[in-house]
Design a protein around this ligand. Structure first.
Ligand SMILES: Cc1cc2nc3c(=O)[nH]c(=O)nc-3n(C[C@H](O)[C@H](O)[C@H](O)COP(=O)(O)OP(=O)(O)OC[C@H]3O[C@@H](n4cnc5c(N)ncnc54)[C@H](O)[C@@H]3O)c2cc1C
Length: 502
């Protein structure tokens, strides 16, 4: 672990790049910078270690839901993944190993929460301020602050009065022992369905509070055989082919998600058949069956969730929660169920965009305020946005995925950002800003593409903000995103000459 953040890198030094966040995104950027031979950069991370999602989420059963051989950097293959969907701590160890391999430690600054970044138009520099009040100055700012990392807490009356252990799934209390306890899990999203089967064995009873059921498909998770690991270790090409095959298989699903949502019917039939075959009680089956098109909310994959729901010591509660008392949960049907602990598997504040940090661009423009007032986050290729020169966002608006690995998008954005940064480094430009008309035309196309996707087929999901706008998901193939980002085009940008020597 690195020393705590202290002051700027060197007194008076102007960094080439300040990267915010040390998850997959920030580290991808740091690696690209190192590969390009740049050393004047730092990665500022508010946590005490790297890993982002895979540092924070340590709940029982945590694993990726995109196969590990794809959910990893393309340039850092790992032949040793233990399972098709490896557990969270293994993913964290992978990230750490990659960081070590690329010698990133000297560039990482932990316990460094960025609270504000302001662009100085005259000097063409970003001033980055930390929670401690310290500042650093950089020519370019790259945010890799994550979309799924600020927990969303439900507004349930009396939640604060509960006296037993209660925590969000992303803030799992390692000291909490479920043995013999009655545990309430609130929420039925990706985390909840991983947690319930894992704690059911030890807990006396698990009560799963469901607002909306999720579509669940079998995960078909299995250990990676020793033979496969050895083959991949000795013949790396085989692993690359395997990765490409997984990618292609997942990418094909974009046809149904984004082009012909009617194709989702086939997937829905599969999900219904799986539900019917695994859940024994017809009443429970009915309660677990969603009434919206599959894919509209994130499709979940699990081999052990439905079997866990068959257990006598696991109960599904579908009546909405009315209030929480000091030791019980009361639902609208008047039932009061005593519980020892509450796990809030209630997801993240996804549509808030850059919560916790204020980004001020040209002419004092406040990014989050503008997006809020516009009713939606807007950018060009989810990476750059007009009014904010020399700012690059990794996993910015409309770059999330419902069908493939997000790391593919991160790598595409990293390459694109590097192209733009090279214009700055060459001395040909002091600032790079996407043209307003280019961004507007891009978003008009994006909106019209979005309209025919399954995500706008009528359900309420975390992909949508309160206006029903989807500014989280890329509404097309990842391959088309790759094509659009494989090279940054100068004609899309306004390049201002450098006002100070680079
Ligand atoms: C439980 C879970 C499972 C997931 N599984 C998958 C999966 O299987 N496949 C998939 O494609 N995606 C998955 N995701 C999405 C996942 O978030 C991304 O795959 C990926 O980890 C995102 O990386 P990131 O670096 O963009 O964000 P993060 O991993 O969230 O990292 C962002 C980092 O920025 C830091 N940060 C934020 N704000 C500040 C600030 N103001 N100052 C300093 N530092 C800051 C955070 O502390 C964090 O370390 C999952 C997400 C969760 C929560």
């Amino acid at each position: 672990m690195n020393a705590p953040f202290s002051a700027s890198p060197h007194e008076g030094e102007v960094l080439d790049v300040a990267v915010v966040g040390a998850g997959f995104a920030g580290l991808s950027m740091a690696i690209a910078l190192k590969k390009a031979g740049r050393t004047s950069f730092r990665v500022f991370e508010k946590a005490a270690d790297l890993g982002g999602t895979w540092l924070f989420n340590r709940y029982p059963g945590i694993a990726c839901d995109v196969p590990s051989f794809l959910y990893s950097f393309s340039f850092a293959p790992n032949s040793g993944w233990s399972r098709s969907y490896s557990p969270g701590d293994e993913i964290w160890r992978y990230i750490k190993r990659v960081s070590d391999t690329y010698g990133l430690a000297p560039y990482l600054r932990f316990n460094a929460r960025v609270t504000r970044a302001q662009y100085d138009e005259a000097a063409q520099l970003w001033h980055v301020t930390f929670a401690t009040g310290e500042t650093v100055v950089a020519r370019a700012l790259v945010t890799g602050m994550g979309a799924l990392h600020v927990p969303s807490f439900p507004a349930i009356e009396g939640l604060e009065n509960f006296i037993g252990p209660k925590f969000h799934s992303a803030e799992w209390d390692d000291d909490f022992d479920v043995t013999g306890k009655t545990v309430a899990v609130i929420g039925t999203g990706a985390s909840a369905i991983q947690i319930v089967p894992q704690i059911a064995d030890k807990a006396q009873q698990v009560l799963l509070y469901q607002r909306t059921p999720a579509w669940v498909l079998p995960r078909m998770d299995r250990p990676t055989s020793a033979m496969m690991k050895a083959l991949f270790r000795h013949v790396p090409l085989l692993q690359r082919l395997y990765r490409a095959w997984i990618y292609a298989r997942m990418e094909l699903r974009a046809v149904a998600f984004t082009v012909w949502p009617s194709l989702m019917n086939r997937l829905e039939k599969l999900a219904v058949a799986y539900l019917d075959a695994t859940v024994n009680d017809p009443k429970l089956r009915k309660e677990l069956k969603p009434n919206y098109t599959i894919g509209c909310k994130r499709v979940l994959i699990s081999d052990d969730f439905y079997p866990a729901m068959n257990r006598k010591d696991v109960a599904l509660v579908t009546s909405p929660i009315r209030e929480i008392e000091k030791d019980a949960i009361v639902t609208e049907d008047g039932k009061r169920r005593p519980v020892d602990a509450i796990v809030l598997a209630t997801g993240f504040r996804v549509t808030d965009w850059i919560p916790g940090a204020q980004i001020i661009g040209r002419g004092g423009r406040d990014m989050t305020r503008e997006w809020r007032e516009a009713g939606s986050a807007r950018a060009y290729l989810g990476t750059v946005t007009e009014g904010f020169p020399n700012l690059f966002m990794l996993l910015g608006p409309n770059t999330g995925l419902g069908h493939n690995s997000i790391i593919f998008m991160i790598e595409a954005q990293t390459r694109y950002t590097m192209d733009c940064l090279k214009w700055l480094w060459s001395g040909r430009a002091g600032s790079v800003e996407v043209r307003t008309d280019v961004q507007r035309a891009f978003n008009e196309r994006l909106d019209s593409q979005m309209r025919r996707t399954v995500w706008l087929s009528g359900c309420r999901s975390w992909y949508l903000n309160e206006n029903g706008t989807n500014s989280t998901i890329w509404p097309s193939f990842t391959l088309s995103y790759w094509w659009k980002t494989h090279r940054a085009r100068k004609r899309d940008f306004q390049l201002e000459p450098a006002r100070t020597p680079v």
